[in-house]
Design a protein around this ligand. Structure first.
Ligand SMILES: Nc1ncnc2c1ncn2[C@@H]1O[C@H](COP(=O)(O)OP(=O)(O)O)[C@@H](O)[C@H]1O
Ligand SMILES: [Mg+2]
Length: 387
């Protein structure tokens, strides 16, 4: 969808911003350019909508050499989100969002309707925020308007330059997640720029790690973290890249242990006998609908005698994650609840538990899957200090 062919840019003062770039962003793919400040990311991005012209090579969008396309027409098919957002201060949020549809000749009423839809999509109630001015929004809300505006004319391609850079880390993570769920629906071809490897890892299908004006590695987040192509990449992704893999490796059903299960309304003695037979010191406790309630210790069941029910002895357990969540979320739940395991749910249904040992296995499995022929000692997350 976006294709760079040996693209170079030398500025008028002789600065070479990028050399000989060749890569492709597939349709519906989210590719991130990540690298330190000044390595040529913004230059690369601005060549796609011809705000900057390359000095060598060519760029194709949807198979067409963009140097032959009228820049204004080109930009109509390319949404552009920048860190400073660039909203018009004297226009309402609704009018800001409707800018591009209005420019491309939609009727005013239709443009505003579309703008309202988009505001809704990015989590801003148009009835509340539509009539406000940009200065009356928080930084995070302004960023949302920036995204809504870029999507308003439904362009197939989206360029985002440090789109979440201007907000605090908590809002930033929320915006990233919102954007990802939005992207799951709209499936734009996205080229994003960031200097933040965490952001790149969290959001991308593939990552281009930039050194000075060139790509050092172009790969999936797992592969960039698991087997950095060069010492530069290893340094850039950080000595804690093993830890970062936690956020790109998801919990699969086969990672789970299946401990004994007891029901809230079950007689304690019955549950105690079952735990005894299984040689288990505890059981997960579910309610009558099969939803997670908590856990119960075998010892507690044992001293309850004939009469008690599991429900009287069970403790609540709030450490749970949905299946498919990143291992990092499970680990974080364990720490937060000071728990030795977390329950893994599919919707409300209990699937099993993830223990630290299983988490370790899952992480190792994902390293093996991505390493593809790279020696174990080069990718072992237990020995990241070699980075
Ligand atoms: N208009 C310009 N004229 C000369 N040099 C520029 C210009 N714009 C950017 N540069 C230089 O090109 C290099 C890449 O800049 P940029 O693409 O903005 O990097 P990044 O977005 O990765 O921080 C830097 O050395 C920068 O100083
Ligand atoms: Mg930049």
């Amino acid at each position: 969808m976006i294709r760079f062919e040996q693209v170079g840019k030398v500025y008028a003062d002789g600065t070479t911003a990028v050399h000989d770039l060749s890569f492709e962003v597939g349709e519906g793919e989210l590719v991130t350019l990540v690298g330190p400040s000044g390595c040529g990311k913004t230059t690369t991005m601005m060549m796609v909508n011809r705000l900057i012209e390359p000095t060598s090579g060519r760029i194709l969008v949807n198979g067409e050499d963009i140097s032959t396309v009228d820049p204004v027409k080109l930009r109509r098919g390319i949404g552009y989100v920048i860190q400073q957002v660039g909203l018009f201060p004297h226009r309402t949020v609704l009018d800001n969002t409707a800018t591009v549809p209005a420019l491309v000749g939609w009727k005013r009423s239709r443009a505003r309707e579309r703008a309202a839809e988009l505001l809704d999509l990015v989590g801003l109630d148009p009835a509340v925020y539509g009539s406000r001015y940009p200065a009356q929004l928080s930084g995070g809300q302004r960023q949302r308007v920036g995204v809504a505006r870029a999507l308003a004319a439904d362009p197939p391609v989206l360029l985002m330059d440090e789109p979440f850079g201007a907000v605090d880390p908590v809002v930033r993570e929320r915006l990233q997640n919102e954007f990802l769920s939005l992207q799951a629906t709209v499936r734009k071809t996205v080229l994003m720029v960031t200097h933040d490897i965490e952001e790149a890892v969290r959001m991308s299908d593939r990552i281009a790690v930039y050194g000075e004006g060139r790509i050092e590695q172009f790969d999936s987040p797992g592969a960039v973290l698991g087997s950095p192509a060069t010492p530069y990449v290893a340094r850039f992704v950080g000595a804690d890249r093993g830890l970062k893999r936690l956020s790109v490796t998801t919990i699969e059903p086969e990672d789970l242990e299946e401990p004994p299960v007891a029901r809230l309304d079950e007689p304690a003695a019955v549950a105690a006998a079952r735990l005894g037979a299984a040689g288990s010191r505890w059981a997960v406790v579910l309610n009558s609908a099969g939803e997670l309630h908590g856990w119960v210790a075998a010892d507690a069941l044992g001293i309850a005698g004939e009469h008690g029910t599991v429900g009287e002895l069970a403790r609540r357990m709030d450490a749970w994650v949905p299946v498919g969540a990143p291992l990092k979320q499970a680990f974080s739940e364990m720490l937060q609840h000071d728990a030795g395991w977390v329950a893994v749910l599919d919707g409300a249904r209990f699937l099993g538990v993830l223990t630290p040992a299983k988490l370790h296995e899952a992480l190792r499995r994902s390293v093996d899957a991505d390493a593809q022929g790279v020696g174990r000692d080069e990718v072992d997350f237990d020995s990241v200090s070699d980075a």
